[in-house]
Design a protein around this ligand. Structure first.
Ligand code: XLS
Ligand code: NI
Ligand code: NI
Length: 436
């Protein structure tokens, strides 16, 4: 017996590009093979529990616009929410989901009570996963909503908040482990500052690193096989977030000896907020060997806020999945829709339509990216551009067989006088356009 929340809709079918049925996929066919792999196994879609089921449609000027039957309740409501959530995963054919503790369980009066509530829901989820075959892409702790975290979690000036955060993370790692989660994510919601006047940055860095080391130690202690992922974001909620972008996080990991233990969960909207493109962040993480997973959404390009909208820009997705494919594809990671409805989209059907659009857009982007890879459309010009480095003399320079003064001597002796060559950006952009 279903909840009836989505009426009689049972399953979103794939109907192909010509379909005009809003409740059908036009590009996402899970079984279609792309570069030797099923599309479902490439994309590894996950629904974000918080945006889809916990968020109430508020903005700074007004509260709740959604009217869900599971709001304002205790455990029975949390279970109703779970029933609806798993119904939606099945209807969409989404193979994964992600959650924070606070999205899924009622907050208790004490830490112990909150933990017990979480454990009860985790048991409930475990049964639902078993029934539906839906899996957990990642779990995480909400260390930013409750007022106790207003001055940070691990970076809080109060050691009791540090301890409370550690305990919360432990319970969320236990939950993730129990549910067979494939990753554990840390997004530093309040880890940053508003003003240096009340902030000791070096102390806060040390605290944050201590927490991350404990997380890694605990992962090994309990035998968690998934990846530990940090999610960069430059601002919002704090003015200066410590996990600004991939480069900043990598510097932090190196300073504290964590670079081999922690990977990145890269969010489209956060990349934009940091003044980068999504593909830049993906390429950099892959170059540094710390690419993990993605949070798929888009931000409004005018507002400068983390608006967490569903993706709808195919050329952008194509360039993003091109980087994902070049990085070898996902291993433990996947495509999590860290995206929410607009606050006027109050119908249950809107939830389905938003995900269908997002999944179709990603599928289209992936297929375009795969064709570019298969044709070597961008790789051939790239190889040509760097072809000079294949020559033995160039290789010797790269391998350190010449010193600076030896090279200087050689430049004069051989009369080296470089001839500039076109970067051909427009030519390459036109190639991309052929594929999207
Ligand atoms: C917020 C973050 C958050 C993380 C999980 O901006 O994207 O949703 O993905 O805590
Ligand atoms: Ni995110
Ligand atoms: Ni975000």
């Amino acid at each position: 017996m279903g909840t009836g929340f989505f009426g009689t809709i049972e399953k979103i079918p794939f109907k192909g590009a010509d379909s005009t049925d809003p409740l059908s996929y036009r590009f996402y066919d899970p079984d279609e093979v792309v570069m030797g792999k099923r599309m479902e196994d490439h994309l590894r879609f996950a629904v974000a529990y918080w945006h889809s089921f916990a968020w109430e449609g508020g903005d700074p000027f007004g509260g709740r616009t959604f009217d869900r039957p599971w709001y304002d309740g205790e455990m029975d409501k949390a279970k109703l929410k779970a029933d609806v959530a798993f119904e939606m995963f099945k209807i969409l054919g989404a193979p994964y989901y992600c959650f924070h503790d606070a999205d899924v369980r009622p907050e208790g009066r004490t830490f112990a009570e909150s933990r017990k509530n979480l454990e009860e829901i985790v048991d409930y989820f475990a049964r639902k996963q078993e029934e539906t075959g839906v899996k957990l892409l990642w779990g995480t702790a909400n260390l930013f909503s409750n007022r106790r975290f207003m001055s940070g979690a691990s970076t809080n000036p109060d050691p009791d908040v540090f301890a409370y955060s550690a305990a919360t993370i432990k319970s969320c790692m236990d939950a993730t482990m129990k549910l067979g989660g494939e990753n554990y994510v840390l997004w530093g919601g309040r880890e940053g500052y508003e003003t240096l006047l009340n902030t000791d940055m070096s102390r806060e860095f040390d605290q944050m690193a201590r927490m991350l080391h404990m997380v890694v130690d605990y992962k090994h202690k309990i035998g968690f096989k998934g990846a530990i992922l940090v999610e960069p974001k430059p601002q919002e909620p704090t003015k200066h977030q410590y996990d600004f972008d991939v480069a900043t996080v990598y510097g932090f990991l190196r300073k504290y000896g964590l670079e081999n233990e922690v990977k990145m969960n890269i969010e489209q909207g956060h990349a934009i907020l940091a003044g980068h493109t999504f593909e830049h962040e993906l390429a950099l993480a892959s170059t540094l060997g710390i690419f993990g997973s993605i949070d798929m959404n888009r931000n409004d390009y005018q507002s400068g806020w983390d608006t967490d909208q569903f993706p709808n820009n195919v050329p952008e997705m194509a360039l993003a999945y091109y980087q994902v494919l070049k990085a070898g594809g996902f291993t433990t990671g996947g495509t999590n829709f860290d995206a929410k409805l607009r606050r006027q989209s109050i119908d249950p059907e809107d939830l389905l339509i938003a995900h269908i659009g997002g999944m179709d857009c990603c599928a289209r982007g992936l297929k375009a990216a795969a064709r570019m890879v298969e044709d070597g459309a961008l790789q051939k010009p790239l190889d040509e551009r760097y072809a000079g480095w294949a020559k033995p003399e160039a290789q010797k320079m790269l391998k350190g067989e010449y010193s600076l003064d030896q090279i200087a001597e050689k430049v004069e002796r051989d009369n080296i006088n470089p001839e500039p060559r076109s970067g051909r950006q427009e030519y390459l952009e036109n190639i991309v356009n052929r594929y999207v």
